[in-house]
Design a protein around this ligand. Structure first.
Ligand code: SF4
Length: 487
């Protein structure tokens, strides 16, 4: 594997530059270090990044010989935002020239590109002005510029009437799954090992929910999301307990959306769906990820394509009129043909919304190890695949309504949520645009207090491990209390 080193003279922006370089050369190993350090091994290419009082200097050396140099004058060095942008623009130009590649999202390495369109929209700027800024400052492609602005416009409309100051959303985490998928980065716990302690977990969760309901009773609950893990991996009685706690302890009269992420079809039964129907749940998600059996087996999903179809029809028959389906593109061994097959099967089912994720190869996943072991299996994603998803969603009457990116995504693309009119997931937008506080209960829950109209965010994390959550539930509750006081 080719190696590229990045040598920095200062401890700023290292991660931004590293992510940008990695996006240009995902197939290479990229190592960053600081001047004076001696990283192990040789580099095929070295990027030296120097910036100081009045200039940015970037130099590329290959086989010890300087091949490219760019220097940019800093007119306002104390403006960190401008310095970072100029630095990323410089690195972008150099690597684009070197590799002959362009990146659809330009210099953007963050996960919330629509925020860059949302803010100026709120300030009343025109579409043309916003588009010009996205293209000139961040080098976004025309397609991604349009996508970011379209989504921001749609999000604003969907969020109309939400109370950002006095409203909040509730997340409830059920961190168990029947088996752990190869690509899982959520830290879910296998039921086989944890089954005996699920009730103990629910005891703690109910305590945390009780506290939250009381402590935030001065605020208006507006959306609820029960996610995981796989909430339907609970038994019908356990699921009933969670839903009953939420529906009776919290005021439901202002709730605009209540989602249960049913998730894995192998956990969905008529009995559990009937339990969900007894509560004011407005939206569920049944997640195939792919409709190709071979891939499902390969990534350890542990269910069949037939089970997906049956779970979907069962939910429709029981009256669920807002069903989301999640797909992943870039799964091992899948290319255009496999994704096209999945999309045709999904079209035949006719969900109300579709969320298309680009596979993110996170280091902490088993898939990362798998890729190293099975290098002959491809992990492909392309603009053609993304466009096919977009086109199929449009043919199903859906428009893109939220978008986010992750690090190490296959092909450096994005995750996009598509929905039919009035079927968009409001919670999804809130979490991405950081407009409203989200109080999260359960292991791995990450509470976000959104303050000063979104200009300040305070986070309160729950521990991820169920073991620690059970042992430290008082501390989790205390953290929430302290977080609210601080905010
Ligand atoms: S269903 Fe989701 S949360 Fe559960 S193991 Fe698979 S990826 Fe992880």
């Amino acid at each position: 594997m080719r190696r590229t080193g990045i040598e920095f003279n200062r401890h700023d922006y290292e991660y931004d530059v590293y992510s940008l370089v990695k996006a240009f050369i995902p197939e290479e190993e990229v190592v960053s270090f600081y001047s004076g350090e001696s990283p192990a091994g040789e580099f095929d290419r070295l990027l030296r990044v120097e910036y100081g009082d009045d200039r940015i200097l970037c130099v590329i050396e290959e086989q010890g010989r300087e091949t490219l140099r760019e220097q940019v004058k800093l007119t306002c060095p104390e403006d960190r935002f401008a310095t970072k942008n100029l630095l990323k623009q410089t690195v972008y130009r150099m690597f684009s020239g070197l590799t002959g590649r362009t990146l659809p999202w330009g210099t953007l390495t963050g996960i919330r590109p629509t925020k860059l369109a949302m803010h100026p929209l709120e300030e009343g700027r025109s579409r043309e002005e916003i588009a010009a800024n996205l293209r000139e400052t961040y080098f976004l492609s025309e397609k991604k510029t349009d996508l970011a602005i379209d989504i921001a416009v749609r999000e604003r409309k969907i969020l109309e009437g939400m109370d950002y100051e006095n409203g909040y959303s509730l997340y409830v985490g059920i961190p168990f799954c029947p088996s752990i998928c190869l690509y899982c980065s959520f830290g879910s716990h296998p039921l086989k090992k944890w089954r005996k302690r699920v009730d103990e977990y629910l005891d703690c969760l109910v305590r945390e929910l009780d506290f939250t309901a009381g402590h935030f009773s001065d605020k208006k609950l507006q959306t609820v999301y029960i996610g995981g893990g796989t909430p339907t991996s609970l038994t019908a009685a356990q699921l009933d307990r969670v839903l009953e706690t939420v529906a009776t302890r919290f005021p439901m009269d202002e709730v605009r959306e209540f989602t249960v992420e049913a998730g894995r079809p192998d956990t969905i039964t008529e009995e559990k769906l009937a339990v969900i129907r007894r509560y004011p749940v407005s939206r569920i998600s049944i997640n195939p990820q792919t409709m190709n059996q071979e891939t499902l087996d390969l990534v350890g999903r542990g269910h069949t394509v037939q089970e997906i179809v049956e779970a979907f029809h069962m939910a429709r028959d029981l009256g669920f009129d807002n069903i989301n389906m999640d797909l992943i593109v870039g799964l091992p061994g899948e290319g255009y043909g496999e994704v096209a097959h999945t999309l045709e099967q999904i079209r035949a089912l006719g969900p109300d919304s579709l969320t298309v994720h680009s596979l993110a190869l996170k280091r902490a996943t088993r898939l990362h190890l798998f890729r190293d072991q099975y290098q002959e299996i491809s992990f492909a994603n392309s603009q053609e695949i993304m466009s096919l998803c977009e086109q199929t969603a449009a043919e199903m009457g859906m428009s893109p309504y939220y978008l986010y990116r992750q690090k190490n995504m296959a092909g450096n693309f994005e995750n996009v949520g598509y929905a039919k009119v009035d079927k968009a997931g409001i919670y999804n937008i809130l979490i991405m645009e950081e407009k409203q506080s989200i109080i999260a209960c359960g292991a791995g829950g990450s509470t976000k207090f959104v303050l000063d109209r979104g200009n300040r965010i305070e986070r309160v994390e729950n521990v991820k491990s169920v073991e620690h959550y059970l042992a430290r539930i008082d501390e989790m509750i205390e953290r929430k209390r302290a977080g609210k006081e601080k905010s």
